[in-house]
Structure formats: structure tokens, C-alpha cells
Design a protein around this ligand. Structure first.
Ligand SMILES: [Zn+2]
Length: 339
């Protein structure tokens, strides 16, 4: 039996062991005159010989559920060493990733594994994604899209009744004065063990936002964001009032008017939350106070990243609020830009 036949073989023979490899879908296999090229980004690995090309072709053809397998029991003793060397080369060339015993292919887990440069094992990532709950609060189209998108990524999505056990919470407000955000902000700050949370706001005619990423006690809180946004309001007489206002409860869901933008917001939130749940301990968490804005104009959707800084003497999150002499804080638009 040739090695290509081995690669093609589906049914394991009696008493044999099957070995599995995950195919790195970020690597491209190219067949040239001089043999096989494996390309990932700017790195190309060359393997000479038509036989190798044929073997790899047969191997990838037989891929099932993102994995290839070989029944080593069906290989002649003389060819086994050659086969093992070849498979090692393909692992080294980054085309294949050796699978763990009993591993099942999960593309999201493999994606995070690759994102972390392989420093977190896939079993750990899978366990974290399966056990860390993501609470999504809010109603309306945008909140629905957030739940749907996070669920499709394999995250455990819960709601308002399970916030106690949530690893991270996403709060989709109807608009930036929504009580839901203010209430959650105070509750998160009062928690003994502060957990990060992410505010998401639909397009309000000016912009949509993902953030701030609030790390209670460490980053700007939601009230800090409101104070800074109000300070940026062009009419100074009104801007002082804006930070403390209460909004009328609006029944109309404005987010329903921008289905495409909602998907973009949901995608960005899913990406951030998935990385946080799967890799948090090994990778730095999203920037505390980090905020991304999305604006729509004739060229399409434009995004910008900002950092919301804490407001000294913020009435909600500053321990110094209401004590001593007030610090001079000049409301400036630049503050909001993170400058
Ligand atoms: Zn604050």
C-alpha cells in the first residue's frame, strides 16, 4: 500500500490505532512544478517531490470535520518511519496541528488557540468557553443580535436572571441615557468582586458605540462616560444638565432601523467577549475604558477607537466625590478622545 492509499483509507483495520490532526485552515497548500508549497501569510514552506504532493492531496481530500486521520496500523513497518517523518514535516510547516486524544474539532477553540500563538491548550479554552457565562442585558433588535451572535460562537449566553454567575456582562442600552446602563453601573461598582462589563449603544443618528469596557474601580465608569459626553456637547448651558438627566421611557426601538450596523456591533462584541472568556488569563484584557465608535456616512461605516478616562470626583465611582475642595476639571472635547 502506498502512503497515498494510507491517507485515503477510511476504515481502521482491526487492532490498529488512528491518529488525528487538525488542519490549519489559515495555511494554503499550493502545488507547483517543483512540488508542494505551504503558505501562511508571508511564510512559505517548500516540500519537494510529486509523491508528497499526491500524499497531501489525498490526506486533505479525506478531511472530515476539520481533521485528517491516519490508521498507522495499516502501514508497513518499513514505511511507518517515513510516514511519521512526513507528518512531522507537515506539522512543522504549520499545515497540521496534532490533535489531543479524543479531541473534537471546534473551530472557535482552534481560532482562539491560534490567536494566542498556541500558548493556551485547546482543552483549557474549550472548558472556559463551555463554563463561563456571558449575561446579555437589554431588549430590542440590537440586544437580540448580540445574544444570537454570542450564542453562535459557542458562548453560554444568559440574561438578567443569571447575572450573579456571569463571567462578563454586556449591557445593550436603548440610548445613552437608558436607566438600564446607569443601574447596572451602580450595581457593578457595589460588587465585592468587581467584574468587567461592556456597554453597547445602537446608532442614535450620530453614532453607535461599543464600550466603555468598564472595569469597576479601575477604569472610567458609565457615569464618567456620560459626564464626558455631556461636556462635549456644544451648548455649554445645556451640557451641565445633560449628565444628570433621566430619560423618558421610550417604547420605540431605534436599533431596528440599522440592521447592518447591528450585525457589525454584534460581531465586534462577540469577538471581544469570546477572546475575553477563552484567553483572559493569558492575554491582556480589553483596554479599561476602551470605547469604539461607529459612524455612518456616504462612504459607509467608519470606526474609531478611544479611551474614556475616569472623571475625578465622579459622583458614582470616585471615593473622593463630595469631599474636600472640588478639583478644577475643565470639560473639554479632547478628554473624551483619550488625549
Ligand atoms: Zn465614574
Amino acid at each position: 500500500m502506498t502512503l497515498s492509499d494510507v491517507a485515503r483509507q477510511k476504515e481502521p483495520t482491526a487492532g490498529s490505532t488512528k491518529k488525528y490532526w487538525i488542519v490549519n485552515s489559515e495555511a494554503r497548500v499550493l502545488f507547483g512544478e517543483k512540488g508542494l508549497l505551504i503558505r501562511q501569510g508571508g511564510v512559505v514552506t517548500r516540500s519537494a517531490g510529486q509523491a508528497v504532493s499526491k500524499f497531501v492531496n489525498a490526506l486533505l481530500d479525506g478531511a472530515e470535520n476539520g481533521m485528517v486521520s491516519i490508521d498507522t496500523g495499516s502501514v508497513d513497518a518499513g514505511k511507518l518511519a517515513q510516514l511519521e517523518r512526513l507528518m512531522d514535516q507537515l506539522v512543522e510547516a504549520n499545515l497540521l496541528i496534532e490533535a489531543e486524544d479524543g479531541e473534537r474539532y471546534d473551530p472557535v477553540v482552534v481560532g482562539l488557540y491560534q490567536r494566542a500563538g498556541g500558548i493556551v491548550d485547546r482543552a483549557t479554552i474549550a472548558r472556559r468557553l463551555a463554563t463561563r457565562e456571558v449575561a446579555v442585558l437589554g431588549t430590542g433588535e440590537l440586544a437580540d443580535r448580540l445574544r444570537e451572535s454570542a450564542g453562535q460562537a459557542g458562548l453560554r449566553v444568559t440574561g438578567a436572571d443569571a447575572v450573579e454567575s456571569a463571567y462578563v456582562t454586556v449591557v445593550a442600552g436603548a440610548h445613552d441615557d437608558d436607566d438600564l446602563l446607569e443601574e447596572w453601573n451602580q450595581r457593578a461598582l457595589a460588587e465585592e468582586r468587581p467584574r468587567p462589563w461592556l456597554a453597547v449603544l445602537p446608532f442614535d443618528g450620530e453614532r453607535a458605540t461599543v464600550g466603555p469596557w468598564v472595569v469597576p474601580g479601575e477604569s472610567a465608569c458609565y457615569q464618567c462616560y456620560r459626564l464626558r459626553r455631556a461636556a462635549a456637547f456644544p451648548d455649554v448651558a445645556v451640557s451641565e444638565e445633560l449628565a444628570g438627566v433621566t430619560a423618558l421611557r421610550q417604547k420605540l426601538d431605534n436599533s431596528a432601523r440599522y440592521p447592518g450596523l447591528n450585525l457589525v456591533l454584534a460581531g465586534m462584541v462577540t469577538d471581544r467577549i469570546t477572546e475575553f472568556a477563552g484567553l483572559h488569563e493569558q492575554m491582556r484584557q480589553p483596554l479599561p475604558g476602551g470605547l469604539t465608535t461607529f459612524e455612518i456616512d456616504s462612504t459607509g461605516i467608519t470606526t474609531e477607537h478611544h479611551r474614556v478616562l475616569r472623571v475625578p470626583r465622579c459622583p458614582v465611582c470616585s471615593p473622593a466625590a463630595g469631599r474636600g475642595y472640588p478639583q478644577v476639571w475643565f470639560p473639554r472635547y479632547d478628554d473624551e478622545q483619550g488625549a
